[in-house]
Design a protein around this ligand. Sequence first.
Ligand code: SAH
Length: 213
Amino acid sequence: MKDTYRHQGMRKKLAEIVEQKGVSDKRVLNAIKKIPRHLFMDSSFEEHAYQDKAFPIGASQTISQPFTVAFQSELLEVKKGSKILEIGTGSGYQTAVLLELGAQVYTIERQKELFKKTNLFLPKLGYKPKQMIFGDGYKGLVSQAPFDGIIVTAGAPFVPKPLMAQLKVGGRLVIPVGDDVQVMTLYTRKSPKEFEKFEYGEFRFVPMLEDKN
Ligand code: SAH
């Protein structure tokens, strides 16, 4: 599959829609304009790639809605060189947005098929996370902690304690919390023992699954 002027035009419109829905961070909007989202999906769904919708990517998972990706990225306040942990690599689209923002990205996926596919695909587009990990995001990534930011891209029934623990003081955790419907929640770490919590309305994600082993 190729990236053409037509795709670029559609992305520009998509970025405008995302902006109209309330995302104002220009760096995030530029990432949406730049990343060829259609290449992150099966070629037969190409026509759907630049609608502001989630879409199936196999293994019962979805590529998140562009507005959601942009909204979470804005809340994370990524700076150049920020060390970011992403839970739920999926198609790698959110990972690409974080890399466009200049983050050093560590990303975890628990679905073997998706992990393998995205692990091969992202570098082909020139997107190179620091580490792509096949594993359970509930545990975070202790070997690389602490992080400036942690972003969870699956619906978490509760806030995993290890993720709170692996945040730097001053760091931000963006996590959709809930079972059927999730409330987008931001935790900022004020001190080793203090967190501040903010809530940003309802979203729908595929569930964050716990590994039983
Ligand atoms: N960021 C992705 C969103 C994919 S949907 C994208 O833009 O395409 C959420 C992803 O989280 C799925 O791929 C799912 O397999 C993964 N996931 C669910 N529970 C997880 C867990 N405990 N640890 C790591 N990944 C998990």
